[in-house]
Structure formats: C-alpha cells, structure tokens
Design a protein around this ligand. Structure first.
Ligand code: HH2
Length: 426
C-alpha cells in the first residue's frame, strides 16, 4: 500500500545527530528553555548494553526494573519457564533511564548490585573520552579526537604485504622516516611475520633483524617506537634500546612478557588472537565472535593489570584476521567501538589484510590500500584511538577530513546547560 500523500507543512526531518553536544545544539536551536537541554539530551539516545550470564532469578527483576523506568530488556525465553539457569540480556535504556535504574538495581538481590556496577563502568568507559596520552617508558603518544596513526615497518623477508622490502636496515630506516614525514604518530617495527601459517622466527633471529633498525629509529625519530613481537626476550631488548610500546599479537599471554612490560613501565597493545599464527585459522569456530573477543580481551587485560602493568599503559585490539574468517573480521570492524566499554583505548589494524580482499575482490595486498583507508575511517567513526597501517599518507589524509567533519559535529553548545549536557555523567 502506498503511503498517504502528505502535504508538507512542517518540514519533518529525521536528524542525523550522534554525540550529545550535537543533540544539545539541536535542542538549543528550538529556543527551548536552557534548563531543559540537559534533561532532554539524556533522553535522546538509547544505549543498548549486552550482559552475559544473568542468573535465572535476576533476569525477570532486571527486566521489571527496566520497564519501570521506561526502558526494556531482552533475555532468553527459557527464563520464563525456568528451563535455563542463566541468560544473556540486552538492556535498552536512555542515559536518563540508566540514571534511575542503577540505584534501584543496587538495592536488589541475586547479583544485581555487581551487575549495576559493571553496567555503570561500561557506560562511563564507552561515553568517556578515554585517556589523552598513552605513556610509554619515556615518551608519550598523545591521543585525541582523531585516531593516531601507527605506521608499520616490517623487517622481514615474508610479511604478507611488504615482505622483503625492508629487510635491509637502511631501507627499513628510510621507510620509517618516510612514514613519519607522511604523518605517522608512532612507528611499529616487527621482525616476525604473523600472517596465517607463517613459520615462527626464533627470538635470536628476530632480534638480529631488529638490532640494526630499532635502536637507530629511536635515535632519529621524533615519534615513539613500538616493537611488534610476541617474544619476551625480544621485547626486553627493544625496550632496552628505547622502544616505548610493546605490540604483542598474543595479547601478553606469556607471564614473562607481562613481567618485561611491567618492569620497564612500557605501554602495551593487547591484541586478540586464538592459538598461534600457525594454528589460528583452524580456530575460527565460534557462535559469537564479538562476545568471545570482548571476554578474551577483558581477561587478558585483567591478567596484565594483576601482573603490575598500569591500566593507563594498556590498549586493546581485536586482531582482525588473526584466527577470524573474513566475515568475522568485518563483524568485528563494524562493532569495534564497543570495545571502548572495556575502559582502554582501542587500536585496530585492517590495512591490506585479506578480509579486505574478500570484501572488495582485490587479490593483491597493495591493491587494498583504499579499502584499508575506508576501514580506518570506519574505525574513527567508532572512537578508535589508534589505527595501525602500512599506508600512512592516504590514511592521514582521510583522517584529517574525518577530523574536520567531527569538529562540525562536536561544535560546543551555546548555553552553559548545553555544554554540561554534552558531558553526561551517571
Ligand atoms: N596485524 C599484523 C601484525 N601486527 N598488531 C596489532 N596490534 N594489530 C594488528 O592488526 C596487527 C598487528 C599483521 O600485519 P603485518 O605486520 O603487516 O603482517 P605480517 O604479520 O605478515 O608481518
């Protein structure tokens, strides 16, 4: 049935607004009472929150309390007939509704108090700006409105996209300098390919490749240097040589690696991977890749903090392409912003990867540059703090445009009330 003909009198327009500051400005534009801006901004958007393993007795109470504040919650049908012991749930509420919900949940039994604490922590982390600096051993990487660009230098014969190009130290150093001139905010140097099925490189050989490059970069570059390694011995040597960040594709799985990072006071990128590069593509089976990656990264960062690494030194990364099918990598990229709920800055590396080829039909890594740039913008839209890329110049150009667009979105509201509303607090 065709919709009825409507004579346009009111110019009804669905507003493409996101951040609270933008909503506040739209409300101000109606000349509404400034007192009301804050109240209304908190009603403008629903924050769906997923929680797992909600006990049978808690789930109906949770739904009831949400309904009482005007929100809702979805959980397993089996909660009603007691055929399940627990359930995942998706909570649907505005900021204003969470403000009323959380104190009520804290007065309830069956684990609803710790659940309220976790929901609050996730919401605060998600809407917050995150830290403004990632402090390495000596130097800091300033984080900001636009993602910082981590330029890749692979001192390897066999990396999937540039293997052999920079095995010669002089070539690697010149490449790193070029990437910094193109706008890289930090340089990630690696000497072991971790592409699917790659031959492991013994730590001595890995360091032998880095030795002629990494210390020279520390001396020459204005930007922090990160070492891409899964070996504690190599990380130690790199940190001794002045690296600031350890980028571990095994997510600080090894106690020895956590000790090295903690002792040095280095920053660390905790990347998600199941198994090892040799086995990971046989480990892609999962019913919910986002839930798995989220939980694994939460556990990995808990372990890291328990080993003495300060929370503000950590960054999380979903590890696109590492033990993931192309569909799973795309799903993770599409929702990468939800990792902000963990409370750490998020890094993502998509450039030239085979899932981009799967999506675009480009079979050679160097033909996937544009797709990698698009992936970086997709990550920027979701509040990712760091993008790791081989293609610094086009990525920086695209992110500069993105930053200008973002500034247009985040122009401050006029009124004091509006500005306060743009920084929601629970
Ligand atoms: N991807 C690669 C290597 N290291 N580190 C993080 N944090 N995130 C990533 O997505 C990531 C990473 C794979 O890319 P590359 O280093 O170019 O390939 P290879 O492992 O073949 O050297």
């Amino acid at each position: 049935m065709a919709p009825p003909a409507v004579r346009r009198r009111f110019d009804a327009r669905v507003l493409a607004v996101g951040p609270p500051a933008e909503v506040a400005r739209e409300i101000e534009a109606t000349e509404s009472d400034p007192e009301g801006v804050g109240i209304m901004v908190r009603k403008a958007r629903i924050y769906p929150v997923r929680v797992d393993r909600v006990p049978l007795k808690a789930a109906p109470l949770l739904k009831q309390e949400l309904l009482a504040v005007g929100g809702d919650a979805a959980h397993a049908r089996g909660i009603a007939d007691h055929s399940v012991a627990s359930s995942a749930a998706v909570l649907l509420a505005t900021w204003s509704q969470y403000q009323r919900l959380l104190p009520k949940l804290r007065r309830q039994p069956f684990g609803l108090r710790p659940l309220a604490d976790e929901i609050e922590k996730a919401l605060r982390a998600y809407v917050g700006h995150g830290p403004d600096r990632l402090v390495g051993v000596h130097r800091a990487l300033t984080l900001g409105a636009r993602p910082r660009v981590l330029g890749v230098v692979n001192v390897t014969p066999d990396s999937f996209s540039d293997g052999g190009s920079f095995l010669d130290p002089a070539a690697a150093i010149a490449h790193a300098e070029r990437l910094v001139a193109e706008g890289a905010d930090a340089i990630d140097v690696g000497a072991e390919s971790t592409r699917p099925g790659a031959e492991p490189v013994p730590p001595e050989r890995e360091w032998a490749r880095l030795e002629g490059v990494l210390p020279a970069l520390v001396g020459r570059l204005e930007v922090p240097v990160s070492v891409d390694t899964r070996h504690a011995e190599v990380a130690q040597r790199a940190l001794d040589a002045g690296a600031e960040i350890v980028n571990d594709v095994e997510g600080l799985r090894e106690a020895a690696m956590r000790e090295v990072v903690a002792r040095a006071g280095a920053a660390a990128i905790v990347m998600h991977m199941r198994g090892t590069p040799a086995t990971m593509q046989q480990l892609t089976e999962t019913s919910d890749v986002r839930a798995d990656v989220f939980r694994d990264l939460a556990e990995a960062t808990d372990r890291a903090e328990a080993s003495g690494i300060a929370a503000e030194k950590l960054v999380v990364d979903p590890g696109l392409g590492f033990g993931k099918t192309p569909e799973q990598s795309l799903e993770l990229l599409a929702h990468v912003g939800e990792l902000r709920s963990l409370g750490y800055p998020v890094a993502v590396g998509a450039s030239r990867k085979s899932f981009l080829g799967w999506a675009t039909g480009e079979t050679t890594p160097t033909a996937r540059v544009d797709a990698g740039v698009a992936a970086a913008v997709c990550a920027a839209e979701q509040g990712v703090a760091i993008v790791r890329t081989h293609d610094v110049a086009p990525t920086v150009r695209a992110l500069r445009l993105w930053e200008r667009i973002e500034e247009a979105r985040r122009r401050l509201p006029r009124s004091r009330e509006g500005r306060a509303a743009a920084e929601p607090v629970l």
